[in-house]
Design a protein around this ligand. Structure first.
Ligand code: BJW
Length: 238
């Protein structure tokens, strides 16, 4: 394998064909909900019940969603690349668990996870698969009403950012899949990767806001283009 240190960034587009909504597309979550109300700490402070309802519905929806061909292709690629001595790190902005359910192993959820709750009082993070509410009890400190969805809202620092920066600063291949390139710091990763000489590839339904920064782009539904591009890479000796 030509590439030894590979970083793959995924966004909502990879889960779109699994029925998880995207944010900025026509009919996306930010066209039906105000992001200031449901995706900022200020919105949560103003109306926690509204925010809980928004995330409870999405957490419940996760149970009927299944990984699609693109999630499986990434998990298979990770295994194959490892067997050829290459390192693959998946950085996802998605809060769903479809990469894990497809079999991916090396994952950073930079925007948190739907199936996790965080306590604003003691800082504990706990796996959480049911609804969250104003009376939910923190398993860490026992306080009632202090749990919030363990996701990263606007103005908050994403998870794993130091490790992500380290990985991208030393990668030789950076692949971005199904993300609009509108939200930082993820939107800046391609610049970091390209700046230190990595080959950069975008796989998306259509060119993203960042398309001009990538050395290569392949456009179409993730269930079609991801498998095709990864297989071509493996079979080209790439
Ligand atoms: C398909 C497809 C198919 C469809 N197949 N493709 C001014 C300038 C620059 C930055 C800022 C600024 N003001 C504020 C900021 C920072 C801010 C920011 O970026 N704001 C912008 C909106 C301007 N960022 C932050 O606040 C972040 N924190 C931060 O910067 O901390 C400071 C710091 C950083 C680093 C070190 C130290 C300090 C936090 C951002 C948190 C984002 N949170 C959310 C919600 C998470 C929980 C939840 O899910 O509810 O994360 S918002 C939402 O957007 C979610 C997503 O992960 C994120 C990205 O969206 P994504 O995945 O790209 O989805 P879409 O819908 O936008 O795009 C889908 C794409 O798929 C499209 O291109 C489609 O074409 C494609 N697609 N179907 C393939 N079938």
């Amino acid at each position: 394998m030509k590439y030894r240190r590979i970083v793959i960034l995924t966004g909502a587009g990879i889960s779109a064909e699994s029925g998880m909504g995207t944010f900025r597309d026509k009919g996306g979550l930010w066209t039906t909900h105000s992001l200031e109300d449901v995706a900022t700490p200020e919105g949560f402070a103003r109306d926690p019940a509204l925010v809980h309802t928004f995330y409870n519905l999405r957490r419940a929806g996760l149970k009927s969603a299944a990984p699609n061909r693109a999630h499986f292709a990434l998990a298979e690629f990770e295994q194959e690349a490892r067997s050829r001595g290459s390192d693959v790190m998946l950085v996802t902005q998605n809060v769903d668990d479809l990469h894990e359910r497809a079999g991916s192993l090396s994952i950073i959820h930079m925007h948190g996870e739907l199936t996790s709750a965080a306590c604003v009082s003691c800082g504990a993070r706990a796996r959480w698969e049911q609804d969250l509410g104003l009376d939910s009890l923190c398993p860490g400190c026992g306080r009632r009403g202090a749990l919030r969805p363990d996701v990263v809202w606007f103005g908050e620092v994403p998870y794993g950012i130091d490790e992500i920066h380290d990985r991208i600063s030393t990668c030789d291949l950076f692949v971005s899949i199904g993300t609009s390139g509108e939200v930082y710091p993820a939107a800046g990763f391609v610049g970091l990767a390209a700046g230190q000489g990595a080959h950069t590839v975008e796989l998306n339904l259509e060119p993203s806001a960042n398309a001009g920064f990538f050395s290569e782009g392949l456009y179409g539904p993730a269930t079609q283009v991801v498998d095709r591009w990864l297989n071509a890479l493996l079979h080209s000796g790439g």
